[in-house]
Design a protein around this ligand. Structure first.
Ligand code: G1P
Length: 278
């Protein structure tokens, strides 16, 4: 079954400069918790405790975050501040963390391929930490997708309907509806202009991938923006076999944009922090 979750985290985070000049964008806090920790918690909830992170230069804070800080532990032992570390301690106890570096920034497909040695020959999940997903009503988005994988055994992308004018920010799919929330993908385009988009169903940063994707990425030529796109590799997989697109239950915040980041902050403050859940 799926045990590992890959976090591509080598990107520069240019949309959040200057905040991200010396700090990884994945460490930006939403209220008091860094974005990547929300993602790792979502993975663990889905039963994925092998956390594989693709990092890059200037990203050491990520490794330090998922480690013990003895000095800090010593300082706050037996004080009321210990409660702030309960969440991260649980992750350290229950997950294993492995890291590799993406040496060159050649796109999301290339970042995922860089994680191949951490994943091996098994199906795995991918989380883009700047998409923060919540579903207070039930299972988290990854857990929903892992359950679907058990049923269908093929790659799955999470999708949501977006404003047709916004398609150029996303990978966009078209396909045959096989359940009211599942499509079998026929076509997939990375960041199309609205007039070229096959639909308004946009891929968000949650994927389940079967391991044959690695060979497909290797055979994928640079696409949009001169980068090796996971969307193009998935399109090949869809042609030869099956890729599903799943309209997830819950809410997604695009924390790569200032607006989405503020919305996520307000949401988490109201729904988690004020209820003592952060
Ligand atoms: C990436 C993918 C895109 C997807 C998006 C979701 O783009 O390439 O297909 O829709 O993530 O967040 P990025 O936002 O990294 O440019």
């Amino acid at each position: 079954m799926i045990k590992k979750c890959l976090f591509p985290a080598a990107g520069y985070g240019t949309r959040f400069l200057p905040a991200t000049k010396a700090m990884p964008k994945e460490m930006l806090p939403v209220v008091n918790k860094p974005l990547i920790q929300y993602g790792v918690e979502e993975a663990l909830e889905a039963g994925l405790n092998g956390i594989a992170i693709v990092t890059g230069r200037g990203k050491r804070a990520l490794e330090d975050h998922f480690d013990i800080s003895y000095e800090l532990e010593n300082q706050i032992r037996n004080t009321d501040k210990e409660k702030y570390l309960v969440g991260i301690r649980k992750l350290l106890d229950e997950c294993t963390f492995s890291y590799t570096r993406q040496i060159e920034m050649k796109g999301l497909g290339h970042a995922i391929l860089s994680g191949r040695s951490l994943i091996g020959d098994e199906p795995f999940a991918v989380v883009l930490a700047d998409d923060l997903c919540v579903n207070p009503e039930g299972d988290g988005v990854l857990e929903q997708m892992v359950k679907l994988y058990k049923q269908f055994r093929c790659s799955i992308v999470a999708i949501q309907e977006v404003d047709p004018q916004e398609t150029s920010k996303y990978g966009v799919i078209a396909g045959e509806m096989i359940r009211d929330d599942i499509y079998r993908v026929h076509s997939m385009v990375e960041k199309p202009k609205p007039e070229d988009a096959p639909s308004n169903l946009a891929i968000i940063g949650r994927y389940i991938l079967t391991p044959d994707i690695f060979d497909l990425i290797e055979q994928t030529e640079p696409g949009k923006g001169g980068e090796i796109q996971i969307t193009d590799a998935l399109m090949k997989q869809a042609k030869d076999g099956c890729v599903l697109a799943y309209k997830f239950k819950g809410q997604r915040f695009d924390c790569g944009s200032a607006e989405g980041y503020i919305d996520a902050t307000n949401y988490c403050f109201e729904n988690f922090y004020k209820k003592g859940q952060l």
